[in-house]
Design a protein around this ligand. Structure first.
Ligand SMILES: Nc1ncnc2c1ncn2[C@@H]1O[C@H](COP(=O)(O)OP(=O)(O)O)[C@@H](O)[C@H]1O
Ligand SMILES: [Mg+2]
Length: 582
């Protein structure tokens, strides 16, 4: 194909969609540049029809006019993968934001793209294969230290069959473009492996033996999640909730405390200020596990609502591709997308411009398949060397008015393994995290026994039923036994489900502590107590509740912790005795 054939001309413009007349063949999803004077604006081919192609431009399209030249790159929208990704803050097109700001001022100029990784950066490579070794795509060839991890350098992901190692560089320092290993494929072609790889974002990386069922619980340290609606390592979940219910705060808690190796945050901001906040706070957060900054094992992909919609779409793909890359190294990666509704809106906008037949609420008919194929990229995989790696995906959804019946929430619920629905009522009552325990569910298993958690779930439902009844018949019309059930449910909610994000102990509860505390809480639920009247019962639970909330803020197994537990148990015992003598 000659260079001439890879050009086109703008023939129409609609928002950030550009119609182009093309000479030669154009590939669906390839990257093209609209030439606007000296500026080259990045775009992606989203539809090809004969000699006409539709492009979505990832930039402000002001000034583009009919007749402007378009260059086709022949490459699919891709990301750069290699050592140096950790700790970076990228936009949806993988432009490093701090460097962009440094080199081009805070107001990003359009048409400026920086390479995601610094090709000249030097890394200490240690090979783990030798000449003559047989490997496969994704096999580990060597490694370089990257922050707190050993970053694997792997055989190219897109080669099939057996590969033979024909050349290996000596242990030493190399830049990202230096060939460190050469492999020969079954057809006899030799491929040079550099530490940096380019990979198309919409194609899942599948250079592993097989996908496994996600079975191990992911400890998030959020009690209500881990105990009642757990997430599995390599599983998926979604967090729908109305505006202001606490989705973003919850995701930040998860990113800090969940027991994973690497966290990737794909922030398609609801508000512009929100993303700036992420950028400001994250570098200051200390990783509770390493005592270093959390950014050492975090990558942030962010787009504000002021960036063009298309860039928002690309950020979820960029995020998940980087997540798959680190999974290939045997690490557990956690991808948090906030909010996937912004991504869906981008799809809707583009679909409208393409004049496609709209589905429910004007979302395109392919909304469901796009959402499904995004979450399908999560999973535990068995790698070439038999070890495993995982990508767990959690997506926030922000349905208008908090109505979960809308298409994005519904499409997401069909594919995820756990549902953490945030409730407006709980948020208004400042019951955080505002996850509704009655509405939420999970298909995964917890480290808490099912028998125990069922007891809690049962009393919560009972309590709510009594509460509803009381609204009709009043407290007087409620039996003492029902009233006690109501108080027990309120107790479980207040001391176990609710968690204070601003208390340095209570904000995160590890598995061992959850098991320990939950036993005590279920003990209260199980206890047969006797009260002479409702006021006495209320009084008792009020006292117990306050003690347990204090207990939550003491260091696990400290002197204080043990003393408080003793006091709680004494109180409970006294109440039980009353039953014995009755
Ligand atoms: N776990 C929490 N503890 C205390 N306050 C919270 C918590 N979650 C949310 N909030 C309060 O609610 C506000 C909105 O939360 P946010 O996560 O931004 O909502 P959303 O992302 O759902 O729009 C926060 O600024 C904070 O004041
Ligand atoms: Mg938010």
């Amino acid at each position: 194909m000659t260079h001439e054939q890879r050009l086109g001309q703008v023939i129409g413009l609609n928002g950030n969609m550009v119609s182009v007349n093309v000479r030669g063949r154009v590939i669906q999803n390839e990257v093209a540049y609209v030439c606007q004077g000296a500026e080259r604006l990045k775009a992606e081919v989203i539809r090809v029809r004969g000699k006409k192609a539709e492009l979505q431009v990832f930039e402000d399209t002001a000034g583009i006019k009919v007749g402007d030249a378009v260059e086709f790159s022949g490459e699919l929208l891709s990301v750069e993968l290699g050592p140096g990704l950790l700790g970076q803050v990228y936009d949806g097109l993988q432009n490093p934001l701090p460097r962009l700001a440094q080199e081009h001022g805070f107001f990003l100029k359009r048409g400026v793209y920086l390479s995601a990784l610094d090709d000249k950066s030097q890394w200490e490579f240690t090979p783990c294969v030798k000449k003559g070794d047989k490997v496969r795509s994704g096999s580990r060839l060597g490694s370089v230290p990257e922050k707190i991890f050993q970053h694997a350098i792997m055989a190219p992901f897109d080669l099939s069959g057996e590969l033979e190692v024909v050349e290996v560089a000596a242990k030493g320092t190399y830049d990202l473009k230096a060939p460190v290993v050469k492999v020969r494929d079954a057809q006899g072609y030799v491929h040079a492996v550099t530490m940096k790889t380019i990979w198309p974002v919409k194609v899942p990386i599948k250079a592993y033996n097989k996908k496994l069922k996600p079975e191990r619980p992911l400890v998030t340290k959020i009690r209500t999640i881990d105990t009642l609606m757990p997430v599995a390592i390599g599983g998926t979940f979604c967090t729908p909730g109305p505006f202001g219910a606490g989705k973003t705060v919850l995701q930040h808690l998860l990113s800090r405390h969940a027991e994973v190796d690497i966290v990737i945050i794909a922030a398609c901001g609801e508000r512009a200020g929100e993303v700036v906040e992420v950028l400001k706070t994250f570098p200051e957060l200390v990783d509770p596990r390493t005592n270093k900054t959390l950014m050492e094992r975090t990558i942030i992909i962010c787009n504000t609502s002021s960036m063009p919609v298309a860039a928002r779409e690309s950020s979820v793909y960029t995020g998940v591709t980087i997540a798959e890359y680190y999974r290939q190294m045997g690490l557990n990666v956690f991808l948090l997308a906030d909010s996937t509704s912004r991504w869906a809106q981008a799809m809707r906008e583009m679909s409208g411009r393409l004049e496609e037949i709209p589905g429910d609420e004007a979302f395109p008919a392919y909304l469901e398949t796009r959402i499904a194929s995004f979450y399908e990229r999560a999973g535990v995989v068995q790698l070439r060397d038999g070890t495993t790696g995982s990508v767990t995906i959690g997506g926030a959804v922000s349905p208008a008015g908090g109505n979960f019946e809308e298409p994005v929430t519904q499409a997401t619920l069909k594919v995820v393994g756990a549902f953490h629905g945030l409730s407006r009522n709980r948020a208004n009552a400042r019951k955080y995290p505002a996850i509704d325990p009655l509405q939420s569910w999970s298909k995964y298993t917890s480290f808490i026994s099912l028998e125990q958690s069922k007891k809690a779930a049962h009393i919560l439902r009972r309590s709510e039923a009594v509460n509803q009844m009381m609204k009709v018949v009043g407290e007087e019309g409620t039996s003492l036994a029902d009233f006690v059930d109501y108080l027990k449910g309120e107790f479980v909610d207040a001391v176990y489900l609710q968690q204070n994000a601003f208390d340095k102990v209570d904000e995160a509860t590890n598995a061992q502590r959850q098991q320990h505390v939950f036993d005590v809480v279920v003990g209260v639920v199980d206890a047969k107590m006797q009260f002479t009247n409702k006021d006495e019962a209320r009084e008792f639970f009020l006292g117990l509740r306050q003690q347990c909330i204090n207990w939550n803020t003491t260091e696990f197994q400290s002197k204080d912790f043990k003393a408080t537990q003793f006091a709680i148990e004494q109180q409970l015992k006294a109440r039980l005795k009353a039953v014995d003598y009755a």
